[in-house]
Design a protein around this ligand. Structure first.
Ligand code: SF4
Length: 61
């Protein structure tokens, strides 16, 4: 079954880390200066992080 998770556009991400604390699942981390989803399983797909990103780098897929 497909479910929705977020994806991060590395070209747009500036590593500001604003998205990290807003994720209730703790699924995001900054790795080598870019936000990464550390586990697809941890992402609930609700997109709490999307509104925080000033670069518009986060989208739901
Ligand atoms: S808020 Fe956006 S630009 Fe900032 S670290 Fe997260 S994905 Fe990257």
């Amino acid at each position: 079954m497909l479910r929705q998770i977020i994806t991060i556009d590395e070209e747009k991400c500036n590593g500001c880390a604003l998205c990290i604390p807003v994720c209730p699942e703790g699924a995001l981390q900054i790795i080598y200066g870019k936000a990464r989803l550390i586990s697809d399983l941890m992402c609930d797909g609700l997109g709490a992080c999307i509104g925080e990103c000033p670069e518009g780098a986060i989208t739901i897929v």
